[in-house]
Design a protein around this ligand. Structure first.
Ligand code: SAM
Length: 241
């Protein structure tokens, strides 16, 4: 599917509404879509690709299907075993401290993890460390002021995290999976772009909304408004030599 396009965004949205009833379809489609985005920048066959915080491994499977040497690093055993079968060779590891030598990866991939770590820039430094000079880093995250920023508590996070959590409990009878400042952190589009552009170890190849059907790059350039409409920021970075 052409990216960006209305058709692609509509299919992703449809798949997302089926996340609970058909997670394999939803995450399979998201994985194919994300890996196709990477493939626009680098041929994947024979490349070493690591997926950091890759959950149950749909993306790693898709990288392997495309001929890459895909490796999954995920700290949460529950996430790893969610499908009942993690990709062979998956490693239980924290993205802050990957058990890898410097510069081993041609591509370092991390989707929707940055908003779950307390110190995103240090986390990013570790992704940069394991990527070879000239290699590619794919990072995407849902920012706090995105309509989906509160995850399962959205959009009530706009009224404050505590209120959103209490409302979720009242409505569903169970605790939300995420708690602000424990496993979900306020991360912003503007601040992240400034921090990444100030780094001397990466060059920004592309900064865009991951899912928008049009003007995907333009929406990230409008201060203030971008915090709400970007929805999910995708950064494609190149490791400096
Ligand atoms: C929303 S899920 C995203 C899963 C997958 N990457 C995707 O896009 O579908 C967030 C993932 O980040 C992982 N995570 C949280 N903290 C992490 C850390 N410090 N290092 C690596 N992964 C982490 C979680 O265990 C979880 O699998």
């Amino acid at each position: 599917m052409r990216d960006p396009s209305l058709r692609r965004s509509a299919s992703l949205l449809r798949a997302f509404t089926r996340e609970q009833s058909d997670p394999d379809h939803c995450y399979g489609l998201l994985a194919r879509d994300a890996v196709a985005q990477v493939a626009r920048y680098v041929p994947l066959a024979g490349r070493v690709v690591i997926d950091v915080g890759g959950g149950s491994g749909h993306v790693t499977d898709e990288f392997r299907r495309r001929g890459a040497y895909g490796y999954l690093f995920e700290p949460d055993l529950g996430e790893l075993s969610a499908r009942g079968r993690a990709p062979a060779g998956a490693v239980v590891a924290d993205g802050y401290l990957l058990p890898l030598a410097d510069g081993v990866a041609d591509v370092c991939f991390s989707s929707n993890v940055l908003e779950h770590v307390q110190d995103p820039q240090t986390f990013l430094s570790e992704l940069v460390r394991v990527t070879r000079p000239g290699g590619l880093i794919y990072v995407s995250f849902t920012n706090w002021l995105s309509p989906w920023g509160g995850h399962e508590m959205s959009p009530w996070h706009y009224l404050g995290a505590r209120r959103a959590r209490e409302r979720y409990r009242r409505r569903t009878g169970r605790d939300a999976k995420h708690t602000l400042d424990e496993n979900l952190f306020k991360i912003h589009v503007g601040a992240t772009l400034r921090q990444v552009r100030a780094r001397d170890d990466v060059a920004v190849v592309c900064a865009r909304s991951r899912y928008w059907p049009f003007l995907a790059e333009a929406v990230t350039r409008v201060p203030g408004v971008r915090e709400v409409i970007t929805w999910n920021l995708l950064l494609i970075l190149r490791r400096c030599p």
